[in-house]
Every structure is written in structure tokens, then in C-alpha cells.
Design a protein around this ligand. Structure first.
Ligand code: B12
Ligand code: SF4
Ligand code: SF4
Length: 342
């Protein structure tokens, strides 16, 4: 089919309406360029990606998007909020240890489905349009694209913040072959003199210049990091078993965050169940409890390690069961707990 000659502005109101109908709360677009690719290069130079070395492969594409998408002209960006409240389950409940974004279904699938819907609409509005959708795992900085699309500013905690939504949302992205001819007003910084997120971070992971050092970030340590966690940081997980919301909880712009999309509501299986159940769960039980959930990313061994380090009280019989695990991270966590909580 011939390439479409339609530009974004000609169909923008239809795209906006469709994105909102599909479940997004904001939609914007930017030309296909990452204005801050050199900041990403500087972040990598400092080793802030920790074990996520695969991110290095993105640098070439962030610097020159056309090298990977020669047909690409614009990026449509959608924001999809998740629940801003963590349910008050019983003390020590699993729901209290899992970050807000992972309380319900895996966002990758949910947001991708919305982007798929937008692609179907594009095929009607501008036949022949090429597109490439991704959620989280693409080669670009979703926050940069969102800021360029006028959807928020980058806070000192590195989050993309919308003045009305706050920062509890996912970003979905659709690279398209449509020329960008929209007027975009970028939102300028609204952090001002505030430093609440920097002061609240338990591990000092928020650096000047809106960078986060993943090596110190609880989100990285509990989700992405395999093996033993540095004892000095392990002592500061602040009850987090999967991910961390502390620098968002501290942010005044999250005080009036809207309700999240229903797919991200807390699963009932997380509220009544203690975090310590993780220590005695078989792989099959783990897979069932976290089916279609982002928590699977940390794997069973990672979640047991995290629970040993983060839980307040663990019954002796339960901790005894974990003694038979051979994973390096679990073994180190047990040794640390024994040496510090006697
Ligand atoms: C790697 C990664 C992580 C790492 C590193 C995080 C980091 N701060 O760099 C770890 C594992 C620690 C992590 C944690 C979390 N993550 Co994460 N993560 C990513 C991922 C895959 C890449 C981010 C990256 O490249 N980091 C390197 C830094 C240098 O790049 P950057 O953060 O994008 O920042 C750019 C902008 O700040 C820009 N910039 C700076 N100033 C300005 C000014 C203007 C005007 C503009 C235009 C741009 C700009 O320059 C930077 C470089 O391009 C993105 C998905 C994606 N593909 O983008 C999700 C993503 C950033 N994560 C997300 C989420 C939800 C989280 C957590 C909240 C999860 C949790 N609850 O535990 C935490 C938050 C921690 C924090 N304060 O950042 C969301 C963020 C949504 C939002 N509102 O911002 C994303 C976008 C995933 C998604 N598609 O929804 N994450
Ligand atoms: S997610 Fe937690 S550890 Fe990471 S920067 Fe924010 S407050 Fe610090
Ligand atoms: S807590 Fe304050 S400094 Fe941090 S992101 Fe929010 S407004 Fe900005």
C-alpha cells in the first residue's frame, strides 16, 4: 500500500478521542528525536545502569532514531495511570511490599493492547501508515518522548510528572511514519526549591541533575538485580519486596492523583497473604499467584531474597524452610538476617 500523505494534525482529534476511549488519560506526540540522548550517554558513562547492560544497545538508536526506523517521523505517546493508593491490608501483607505499578495485571500487555487499538484506528484514518509500538522495552527514553510531547516535566526524582495526574502512570509509545505538524507546548519544570523526594530516598539513589543511580535504587535491587544485595543497602529496603514508590509518595504533585485503570487494581490474593508466604512457596504456586503480573520479572528466588531482607518478623519455622534454598542471593540474605536480627 502507498505511504500515507496525511499529517498528524489532520487526524489528531480522532486519535485523541480513540486513545481516551481505549483507556489512556493523556495523549501527545513528538517528532521522532530524543533531545536528551547525550544525558543517557552520560548516565551510562557513570555506570548508573548497574546490571542492566542491555540498555547500552539503545544508545545508537537514541542518538539517531532513523538508523533503526528510516520511515519514522513522529511518536504518539499515551499516559495510562495505575492506582495511587496502596491498600491497607493487614500488617506485613504482600500488598504492602509490592510497588503500586505491580499490584494488578502486567502493564506491558494492557498498554500494548491500547496501542494496538490505536494502530487499528490509524489504518482507517491514514491507510498505509507504518508504525511500531512498544511499552517500556523499546530503545528510546519514554520520559524524554513524553516531555517532548508536552505531557509533563522531568522531576528531581527522574519521573515524568503531569501537573494533574502526578507521576503514577505508565507511558506507551507508538513510532509512526506520519509527519509531525502539531503545536506542542512543553511543560517547564515545576519542582522549584522542593527536595522532598531526594530527602526521602532511603538509599541516596537520587543524584543531582535528575539522575538515579540504579546501583543504589531499591527498585533496581529488588526487581532487576540477581544474587546477593550489598548488606549496607539491604538494610535500607524500607519494607519493599518488589519495586519502590518512596520518591513518588514524597512528591506533592501526587497528592491528587486520579484513580488508576481497572486492570491495575490490587489483586485480592495480595491483601490477606503475608509477605513471609513467599519463603515457603513452590515454583508452581509462585507462577500461579503472579501469573500475568510484572512481579514475575524478579523470579521466585529474587522475591524470597527480598522478603527475607524486608519482612519485619519471620516465624522460625518459615525461615528454617528457606534454609534449604541454594540461590546465592537467598543464602546471603539469610546470613545477613541471622547476623543482624539476633
Ligand atoms: C531502566 C529503567 C529503570 C531503572 C533506572 C531508572 C532511571 N531513573 O533511570 C530502574 C530499575 C531503577 C527503574 C525504576 C523505576 N521505574 Co523504570 N524504567 C527504565 C526504562 C526501561 C529506561 C529508563 C532509562 O533509560 N534510564 C536512563 C535515564 C538517564 O533516562 P530517563 O530516565 O528516561 O531520563 C531521560 C529524561 O529524564 C531526559 N530529560 C532530562 N531532563 C529533561 C528535560 C526535558 C525538557 C526533556 C524533554 C527530557 C529531559 O533525559 C534522560 C535521558 O534521555 C524506562 C522505559 C523506557 N524505555 O524509557 C522505565 C520507566 C522510566 N520506569 C518507570 C517506572 C514506573 C519505574 C518505577 C516507578 C517502578 C517502581 N515503582 O519501582 C521506578 C522509579 C525509579 C526512579 N525514580 O526513576 C516508567 C516511568 C513513568 C513515569 N511517570 O516517569 C517507565 C517510563 C516505564 C514505562 N514505559 O512506563 N526503571
Ligand atoms: S525508587 Fe526508591 S530507592 Fe529508587 S530513587 Fe526512588 S526512593 Fe530512591
Ligand atoms: S518531590 Fe519535589 S523535587 Fe521531587 S519530583 Fe516532586 S516536586 Fe520535584
Amino acid at each position: 500500500m502507498a505511504q500515507s500523505t496525511v499529517t498528524l494534525s489532520a487526524i489528531w482529534s480522532d486519535i485523541e478521542r480513540e486513545a481516551l476511549r481505549l483507556g489512556a488519560m493523556r495523549v501527545g506526540a513528538t517528532p521522532l528525536i530524543d533531545q536528551h540522548a547525550e544525558r543517557f550517554a552520560a548516565w551510562l558513562d557513570e555506570g548508573h545502569e548497574a546490571g542492566m547492560t542491555y540498555l547500552r544497545r539503545n544508545l545508537g538508536t537514541r542518538r539517531n532514531p532513523l538508523s533503526r526506523f528510516p520511515w519514522g517521523r513522529s511518536v504518539v505517546v499515551i499516559l495510562v495511570p495505575y492506582g495511587p493508593e496502596r491498600p491497607h491490608g493487614a500488617a506485613g501483607a504482600l500488598s504492602g511490599g509490592i510497588a503500586r505499578y505491580a499490584q494488578g495485571d502486567d502493564y506491558h500487555g494492557v498498554v500494548e493492547e491500547m496501542l494496538r487499538g490505536l494502530e487499528a484506528k490509524l489504518a482507517v484514518l491514514a491507510p498505509g501508515t507504518r508504525s511500531w509500538r512498544y511499552v517500556d522495552t523499546g530503545p528510546f527514553s519514554d520520559r524524554s518522548l513524553g516531555a517532548q510531547a508536552g505531557l509533563g516535566w522531568i522531576g528531581k526524582n527522574a519521573m515524568l510528572i503531569d501537573p494533574e495526574l502526578g507521576s503514577y502512570f505508565f507511558i506507551g509509545t507508538l513510532v509512526t511514519s506520519l509527519d509531525h505538524d502539531l503545536d506542542v507546548t512543553e511543560i517547564t519544570d515545576r519542582c522549584g526549591e522542593c527536595t522532598r523526594c531526594v530527602d526521602a530516598c532511603p538509599t541516596g539513589a537520587i543524584l543531582p541533575d535528575r539522575f538515579v543511580d540504579s546501583r543504589r535504587c531499591i527498585s533496581y535491587l529488588t526487581i532487576e538485580h540477581r544474587g546477593a544485595i550489598d548488606p549496607a543497602l539491604a538494610a535500607r529496603l524500607a519494607g519493599n519486596v518488589f519495586g519502590c514508590d518512596i520518591c513518588q509518595e514524597a512528591c506533592p504533585w501526587n497528592a491528587h492523583a486520579p484513580e488508576g485503570h481497572s486492570a491495575f487494581q490490587t489483586r485480592s490474593g495480595y491483601t490477606g497473604r503475608p509477605v513471609t508466604d513467599l519463603l515457603t512457596m513452590s515454583q508452581a504456586e509462585f507462577s500461579t499467584l503472579f501469573s500475568r503480573s510484572a512481579v514475575k520479572r524478579a523470579k521466585r528466588a529474587g522475591m524470597i531474597r527480598n522478603a527475607i531482607l524486608a519482612a519485619e518478623d519471620i516465624p522460625a519455622a518459615v525461615i528454617g524452610r528457606a534454609g534449604s534454598e541454594t540461590d546465592e542471593g537467598i543464602v546471603a540474605a539469610l546470613a545477613l538476617r541471622r547476623s543482624t536480627r539476633r
